[in-house]
Design a protein around this ligand. Structure first.
Ligand code: SF4
Ligand code: SF4
Length: 190
């Protein structure tokens, strides 16, 4: 039995910081659910409420205006990472070709960061050796040493990766790590 507390890797920032982003989520996703978004729009089209400064012009009234989906959305830090790390000096607002690439990368990295956020919940559980190996291999897959690039994100099976973390968590059921996880989750929901 071992506790995967000596994580040899540094976690990326997993909390959204909209002040360092260019409103990527307000452009990347389609609005197709009238109950969550106030009108319909396709993917890769800026929301009509996104100001030229990339700030939401109805931020305080989103619920009243039918945009509850925006309130619950969380990019887990993928937005600022794409804007500042992966596409350092390229702004989707000024380059239509780059915009498609930036938004593709953002959607992929959002899955990666969702998976990393779920994986972080499993950190320091009393793993068996096999579980610890799986934890570290998932971490290495989701956070490569060389970092993420537009190219590496393009071919990465981001949705499967998210599922792999969920499957790993589910596979712990009945083990000491699974019991510790259940306790951890019940503690965080109190
Ligand atoms: S993509 Fe993330 S960081 Fe950027 S505006 Fe949306 S929630 Fe904020
Ligand atoms: S309503 Fe505001 S937060 Fe929601 S997508 Fe539009 S600009 Fe972004």
């Amino acid at each position: 039995m071992q506790t995967a507390s000596k994580n040899p890797r540094v976690w990326p920032e997993l909390k959204a910081d909209c002040s360092r982003c260019t409103g990527l989520c307000c452009v990347a996703y389609p609005f197709i659910d009238a109950g969550k978004f106030g009108y319909n729009k396709p993917a890769n089209e800026r929301c009509r409420h996104l100001g030229p400064d990339c700030r939401c012009s109805i931020h305080g009234e989103r619920a009243e205006m039918g945009f509850k989906g925006c309130i619950t959305f969380d990019c887990n830090g993928a937005g600022q990472r794409v804007a500042n790390e992966i596409f350092q000096s390229v702004d989707w607002r000024h380059d239509a070709v780059a915009a498609t690439e930036i938004l593709d990368a953002f959607r992929a990295l959002t899955h990666v960061h969702a998976a990393l956020s779920q994986l972080k919940l499993l950190e320091n559980l009393p793993f068996t050796d096999e579980q610890a190996d799986r934890f570290f291999s998932l971490f290495a897959w989701l956070e490569p040493v060389s970092g993420w690039t537009e190219k590496s994100l393009e071919s990465f099976p981001a949705i499967e990766a998210e599922r792999a973390v969920q499957d790993f968590a589910a596979s712990m059921k009945g083990t000491e790590a699974g019991r510790a996880l259940a306790e951890r989750l019940s503690g965080s929901s109190r």
